[in-house]
Design a protein around this ligand. Structure first.
Ligand code: 8YV
Length: 311
């Protein structure tokens, strides 16, 4: 696996700056920076302002909420992300998390590993099942649609909420998340982190899912009111949750760590060598295409209009 850093270093003059602290750069170094390839650090307006010749922020991952893309768009700075190449992997993760959350396979495996199968007999029957469930998808973009395609094979009803209906998606559309939650018992959250989605999965939405309710989150932690979720899990307002993302990663609230009805993953949605390689390749391809051909391959919507000076 050829890591993005290695590929970038082979083609460009680079400096690695921990925590994005531009104060660590000398003045002439700041002037020399024309691209940032961030990994897990916020790219703020201040940081962009401190780099007068910055042309492009080539971000890693499909979600680019850590980059102030609106400001970049207004300032003539290109922002790219790495869509498509991770869609199927993340959708696979959603399904794995769903099945695991509903059936408790992680606990069943622990039971076997601890020698309890031999000592105590069969693992208790799971209280949950996918049979008869109605699944709502919050965020019907590329990943949401890939999740829906997979769910079609599971013989469950599918509905969704999105900012607007998706053309050609033959599933029931709900114009509000609360309406969707009232109509389903299983909510798969694929929504990106935006000001509109912040805390969108709140106490009311969770209560609407009902006592057999299941929440799966593979989008962003900030879209769920984590305290409301903890409360709903502790009180049995919902049945269970499967979470790959958290509000304050990598720190996970103790109450979630202790919750027997939560399945927790350390943000591994896209984390196979295969897919991370494809993401790294696309991140580097965006830089190459920008500097060699004057065009970004996968610009984010806020910066599609940005053109390279002199190209
Ligand atoms: C990555 C992701 O884990 O693409 C995203 O938005 O959240 C994941 O694929 C993340 O970008 C790693 O930095």
């Amino acid at each position: 696996m050829r890591h993005a850093v290695e590929q970038i270093e082979a083609e460009f003059a680079t400096r690695q700056i921990r925590a994005g602290d531009v104060a660590l750069l000398q003045n002439e170094e700041r002037e020399a920076v024309r691209a940032i390839a961030p990994h897990m650090i916020p790219i703020t307006a201040e940081l962009m302002d401190a780099l007068p010749n910055l042309e492009i922020v080539a971000s890693f991952g499909v979600g680019y909420d850590s980059v102030d893309a609106a400001y970049a768009g207004r300032s003539g700075i290109m922002v790219t992300n790495t869509p498509d190449v991770l869609t199927e992997e993340v959708a696979d993760t959603a399904i794995a998390l769903l099945l695991n959350t509903v059936r408790g396979f992680n606990r069943a495996e622990q039971y076997l590993r601890n020698g309890r199968w031999e000592r105590e007999g069969s693992f208790p029957l799971s209280a949950g099942t996918l049979r008869g469930r109605t699944v709502g998808i919050f965020g019907m973009g590329r990943i949401g649609q890939a999740v829906a395609r997979r769910l079609e094979g599971f013989d469950v009803s599918i509905a969704y909420h999105n900012r607007r209906p998706v053309e050609g998606a033959g599933y029931a559309y709900y114009p509000s998340l609360l309406d969707l939650a009232q109509a389903v018992d299983t909510l798969i959250n694929v929504a990106p982190a935006t000001t509109e989605t912040r805390g969108a999965v709140n106490a009311d939405v969770l209560a609407a899912l009902g006592p057999s309710g299941v929440l799966i989150n593979i989008g962003r932690g900030s879209t769920v009111d984590e305290n409301a979720l903890i409360d709903a899990l502790q009180r049995g307002t919902i049945f269970a949750a499967g979470l790959d993302v958290f509000a304050n990663e990598p720190s996970v609230p103790e109450a979630l760590l202790q919750a027997p009805n939560a399945v927790l993953l350390p943000h591994v949605g896209s984390a196979s060598q295969h897919t991370r390689q494809a993401m790294a390749d696309l991140q580097v391809a965006n830089l190459r295409s920008w500097f060699e051909g004057g065009k970004a391959l996968t610009p984010v919507p806020e910066t599609v209009h940005v053109t390279r000076k002199g190209s």
